[in-house]
Design a protein around this ligand. Structure first.
Ligand SMILES: Nc1ncnc2c1ncn2[C@@H]1O[C@H](COP(=O)(O)OP(=O)(O)O)[C@@H](O)[C@H]1O
Ligand SMILES: [Mg+2]
Length: 254
């Protein structure tokens, strides 16, 4: 799905959460948004999903202004928010039930997705039997079961330990290479953004605006090697410089 934000901004009363943003995301593109806490990253995703209406500008999906909730969409948050009394499979199917779709028609697809996120043997496990990373894997499968053209991810790996996070990054890339849905991935991790995305949108501190958009031309799959790629190191440095110049990071520590 193609996403276009034209001067899209959000104000809550007198609080400006997001300064007007212009951003175009191509069909099948993976775009990461990185910026300090409070700069409006979550707000931006909510504007795209129309969970929140814009207070200025417009958002278009596939060339049309959005009206009402966007249905061809999957959302993954920092917390997996699984239903404790349902199995992994049951949680994935909850998405289709909520949409009034016949769960039985989606069972095979749900199982295939659980397989693709590495949980083939855990379809019947309950959330309390799963690790944090496994729960996020269920949440990703749940977000994709109705085959949305657009996946919105809001710091999906933010609550995971570093090693799990790295594995999730590798697996998400593999999943995306296979399905090629459009992804908007919000993170405060510069590494994660650069390693995953086709383009990285760097945001300034609040009220957030787009500071720079950086194209990442590294071969895929990027794997573990990419961390030593000179291109990765160069771009990481470039983004760090932006954050230093904006006071997000302090020179004293650098
Ligand atoms: N419902 C709301 N009412 C008032 N202010 C809000 C609301 N949601 C977010 N904000 C403010 O908007 C700014 C951006 O928030 P958010 O999009 O959550 O930032 P981020 O996800 O980048 O941390 C913050 O200053 C936040 O306090
Ligand atoms: Mg947020």
């Amino acid at each position: 799905m193609h996403v276009l934000l034209s001067g899209a901004g959000k104000t809550f009363g007198t609080v400006r959460a997001l300064a007007p943003v212009d951003l175009e995301v191509a069909d099948g593109e993976f775009v990461a948004i990185v910026g300090p806490s409070g700069c409006g990253k979550s707000t931006l995703l909510r504007l795209v999903s129309n969970l929140l209406p814009v207070t200025e500008g417009r958002v278009e999906i596939d060339g049309r202004a959005i009206k009402g909730p966007v249905t061809q969409l999957g959302f993954v948050f920092q917390q997996s928010t699984l239903l404790e009394w349902r199995t992994a499979l049951g949680n994935v199917l909850f998405q289709v039930e909520m949409r009034g779709l016949p769960a039985r028609d989606y069972r095979a697809r749900a199982m295939a997705l659980l397989d693709q996120v590495g949980l083939k043997d855990f379809a019947n496990a309950h959330p309390h039997q799963l690790s944090g990373g496994m729960k996020q894997r269920v949440a990703i499968a749940r977000a994709l079961v109705h085959d949305p053209g657009l996946l919105l991810m809001d710091e999906p790996f933010g609550a995971l330990d570093a090693l799990t996070r790295e594995q999730m990054r590798l697996d998400l890339e593999a999943l995306w290479l296979r399905r090629r849905m459009t992804v908007l991935f919000v993170t405060h991790s510069v590494d994660e953004a650069v390693l995953l995305a086709d383009r990285v949108v760097v945001m300034s501190p609040r009220p957030g605006r787009i500071e720079r958009i950086i194209k990442i031309d590294m071969e895929r799959p990027r794997g573990l090697r990419a961390r030593r790629d000179p291109e990765f190191l160069r771009i990481e440095e470039e983004i760090t410089e932006i954050f230093l110049s904006r006071g997000v990071l302090s020179r004293a520590a650098a």
